[in-house]
Write a protein that binds this ligand. Structure first.
Ligand SMILES: Cc1ncc(COP(=O)(O)O)c(C=O)c1O
Length: 363
């Protein structure tokens, strides 16, 4: 089976991890700081705070923006559940805005409709599959209403909007380094921001409420969301490879687009003002479940991200989360992601193209 993800780890990661082990400083420390500086530089932000994973990055960012009980955060219903769970974990409530049917990202018009007619305290947008949201529109809505904007960049390392990297548009940009992502640290996360107050608060929350100078004075209730030097060492090696990973993902996506018959599935489309990081190469068809079965029979490890919207999940089965999001609900029934990762061979890509093109809906 051609896997949907295949992390590329090797000698550079081994050497950097060995150096950390040799130093004996395996928990948080200077390697984490080095990774924070390098990642902030890559994404063109002033500050970074590393965390234990992407979920904790989002949670700490939401806390750092002082969002909590009674606050309402407009977000997408079509995402990995962490983007909404973290709003609830901080004590606030997600309010779901429908998505755009071609980009799969939150529709700025749907966001505007909610923000102009309801009490809203923040926006949390997700660059799904690695394609940036319409940041000009979303930033405008946030600044018109003077509310903070959080970017969930868990799937979008290296994607750009008008030439600027994701993670640099909002009050905070949150990344995941889970092994299936465009780069990994094993488990890991990062908050990027230009706001010193946000990075200071996030770091404190992620370190049991300690102040920047450390010690045993706890100025707020917090968690242990810290990244280890071992994870950061892997991250430093992966960050060096990220431009090559992205080039390979984009080249693979181009080949898939050139080869797959668009009478069988709708292919990804990328607005001219953005670059796609192709965390996923996602097609859509109303014969999705049959196509999935066909691809698995042909040894292609296609997967559905995500078969249900967040407001349709059992954990969200409450009147509070009842939502009118027909576009997102239809997408959840029709999307299918094909392998696009950097370790695909030309032969793999040909097999994926042939497998899709040999599908006959209804047969
Ligand atoms: C959109 C999105 N947000 C948040 C997360 C959470 O990241 P992590 O799994 O590192 O906690 C993920 C990871 O799958 C994700 O895809």
């Amino acid at each position: 089976m051609i896997p949907i993800a295949n992390p590329d780890l090797g000698q550079p990661e081994i050497e950097k991890v060995s150096a950390v082990i040799d130093s004996g400083m395996v928990a948080a420390g200077s390697t984490v700081e080095e990774f924070e500086t390098a990642f902030a530089e890559y994404c063109e932000t002033d500050h970074a705070a590393a965390t234990s994973n992407g979920t904790t990055a989002l949670h700490a960012a939401i806390e750092a923006l002082d969002l909590g009980a009674g606050d309402r955060v407009v977000t997408t219903p079509f995402s990995y559940i962490a983007s909404s769970n973290t709003i609830r974990l901080a004590g606030a409530e997600p309010v779901f805005a429908d998505i755009d049917p071609t980009t799969f990202n939150v529709d700025p018009e749907a966001v505007r409709e909610i923000v102009e007619n309801q009490e809203v305290d923040a926006l949390l947008v997700v660059h799904l599959y690695g394609l940036p949201c319409d940041m000009a529109e979303l930033n405008e809505i946030a600044s018109e209403h003077d509310i903070p904007l959080i970017e969930d960049c868990a799937q979008a390392h290296g994607a750009t909007y008008n030439g600027k990297p994701v993670g640099s548009f909002g009050d905070a940009g949150c990344f995941s380094f889970y092994p299936t992502k465009n780069m990994t640290t094993g488990e890991g996360g990062m908050i990027l921001t230009d706001r010193e107050d946000v990075v200071t608060h996030a770091e404190s929350f992620a370190n049991h409420g300690r102040p920047p100078e450390g010690g045993y004075e706890h100025i707020r209730v917090g968690h242990n969301f810290r990244m280890t030097n071992i994870a950061a060492a892997i991250g430093l090696a992966q960050l060096e490879k990220l431009p090559e990973f992205l080039a390979d993902r984009r080249q693979n996506a181009e080949q898939l687009t050139a080869g797959i018959d668009d009478n069988i599935v709708d292919l990804p489309s990328v607005p001219e003002d953005r670059t796609h990081a192709y965390h996923q190469y996602t097609v859509r068809t109303d014969a999705r479940d049959a196509l999935l079965e066909h691809l698995h029979e042909h040894e292609v490890g296609a997967k559905i991200y995500y078969p249900k919207c967040i407001h349709q999940q059992p954990a969200y089965d409450s009147d509070k989360y009842e939502s009118e999001c027909p576009v997102a609900e239809q997408a959840a029934n029709e999307v299918l992601s094909l392998p696009v990762h950097p370790n695909l061979s030309d032969e793999n890509i040909e097999s994926i193209i042939n497998a899709v093109n040999s599908f006959e809906a209804g047969v």
